[in-house]
Write a protein that binds this ligand. Structure first.
Ligand code: SAM
Ligand code: SF4
Ligand code: F3S
Length: 453
């Protein structure tokens, strides 16, 4: 009875605003948090100033992550100076890493909740509204989390929808915080994922992006990522399937073979390599060699020469010498990655590489600039090569000013063209007229909605 009264009270005016940092998995989580707190009367708002619950879904991957959160809290304090203080919740990977320290350091924070404890978010909020007791929930309990989330409808309702299939990491690369912030590798039950995919498809999703910190390590009672791809693409509403982020060591034969049989798997493979030098890969504890990486590349190209690669690079890892950097540039020239992320190594607390001797900052910056010049040039050339060609575009939305439509090519490149609202969710054919590094511009010539890949 008392619980019902609390709920009714909450339902009157509650609005939650979530600010999301970091990877796609955080974006998926933020959507699922919205799905969860809806049950206790919180409505999603895009206007932070309207919110009476402000949740920061944080990322810990690179430098100053913690400080960014505290400065964001400073901003929130200012926004709400002349208003009633909102309920402030810190979620995500910084919450996991810092746990109760955050409550001690910043009294403006009310609750701290780690990524594997989101099944407790409703109870935590209700408990706080009753007892005003600040708590942190940072237990790793992926099983309970997904059991709970699978009972809630995924209401993301987007043409391209994320679907987390795997969480956590057992690989312990020496530079990376993920095994500490997301916990051990866990693969969601096969059927649970298929049910969620079906619900997404029934509610407007036309592309499913399967997510995991090590998505291709997915293994649930013998079902692998390849099985998921082949089963999800049986859903007639789904036109495209993607997966990210994969680890080179887990590019197993069954996954490579899927590129022969799948009809809807997109021909872009995001396969982070980090460095082109075997010496550095070993120092990073990456558990594979460049030769193995190239063998995967060759096998995939043999299956379909239209397959392209994208990657992540860490520049200036401790021990990186000129020759190692040259090996990285050589690899980029060989593979011609069409889109990549590159960052200077950032020492992370609690990792093996935390206290290693850093290479000179100036050298790291010079190398980053060089590598980005090559990577960006590849991107520009790839886009230019499409000038005058007709490509398939999955239409995701209208542009902000509603004058054009926005979609993506098979290679994930943004495409802006003269589409209409009625095209959203369809595959259309667009003739490319112009491009810059990140975007293609064109004109619609037909609505194909045909088989892709
Ligand atoms: N599991 C994926 C893999 O094995 O490649 C990567 C997931 S991680 C969330 C995303 C990217 O962040 C990594 O590929 C790496 O390039 C980058 N990253 C992770 N730790 C880093 C660090 N300490 N400094 C710089 N970049 C880092
Ligand atoms: Fe981090 Fe390495 Fe795990 Fe990727 S495989 S999440 S880089 S520890
Ligand atoms: Fe960041 Fe955590 Fe993703 S550290 S990159 S939000 S797994």
């Amino acid at each position: 009875m008392k619980m019902q009264q609390d709920l009714d009270k909450l339902k009157k005016t509650n609005k939650i605003f979530i600010k999301t940092f970091g990877c796609q998995m955080n974006e998926y989580d933020s959507n699922r948090i919205y799905d969860s707190v809806k049950k206790i009367g919180f409505e999603k708002t895009e206007k932070y100033e309207d919110a009476n619950c402000y949740l920061l879904n944080t990322c810990h991957i690179r430098d100053k992550a913690k400080e960014k959160v505290y400065s964001e809290i400073g901003r929130v304090k200012k926004i709400f100076r002349s208003k009633k203080k909102p309920l402030v919740i810190i979620a995500g990977c910084v919450a996991q890493a810092e746990n109760q320290e955050m409550l001690k350091r910043e009294p403006y924070i009310d609750l701290v909740i780690g990524p594997q404890a989101y099944h407790k978010i409703n109870d935590t909020i209700l408990n706080y509204t009753k007892k005003k007791k600040k708590i942190e929930e940072t237990e790793f309990d992926a099983v309970s989390k997904f059991k709970y989330l699978s009972k809630l409808k995924n209401e993301a309702g987007k043409v391209s929808s994320f679907l987390t299939i795997q969480e956590g990491c057992d690989k312990f690369c020496h530079f990376c915080v993920v095994p500490y912030t997301r916990g051990p590798e866990y693969s969601r039950p096969f059927k649970q994922i298929l049910d969620e995919a079906k619900y997404l498809a029934d509610n407007g999703a036309r592309e499913i992006v399967l997510l995991g910190q090590n998505v291709n390590a997915y293994d649930n009672q013998g079902y692998r990522l390849s099985d998921l791809i082949l089963n999800i693409e049986k859903l007639s509403e789904i036109k495209r399937v993607r997966y990210t982020t994969s680890h080179p060591k887990d590019m197993t034969e069954d996954l490579i073979e899927v590129y022969k049989t799948s009809e809807k798997l997109m021909p872009l493979v995001h396969l982070p390599v980090q460095s082109g030098s075997n010496k550095i890969l070993k120092l990073m504890n990456r558990k594979h060699t460049i030769e193995e990486y190239l063998s995967t590349f060759d096998k995939l190209k043999e299956i379909n020469s239209n397959i392209e690669f994208s990657s992540d690079f860490i520049i200036g890892y401790p021990g990186e010498e000129d020759q190692d950097f040259k090996d990285t540039t050589r690899l980029i020239e060989r593979i011609k990655f069409i889109n990549s992320y590159s960052f200077i190594f950032s020492p992370r607390p609690g990792t093996v590489a935390e206290n290693l001797d850093l290479i000179e900052k100036k050298i790291s910056f010079e190398r980053l600039e060089k590598i980005q010049t090559i990577l960006f040039e590849n991107q520009i050339q790839m886009n230019k090569s499409l000038n005058g060609k007709v490509i398939d575009v999955l239409v995701e939305n209208l542009t902000d000013d509603k004058s054009k439509a926005f979609g993506r090519s098979e290679y994930m490149t943004s495409v802006i063209f003269n589409g209409k609202k009625k095209d959203i969710g369809k595959i259309v054919q667009v003739k490319i007229k112009d491009s810059n590094r990140n975007t293609l511009f064109g004109e619609i010539i037909a609505n194909s909605d045909k088989k892709v890949a």
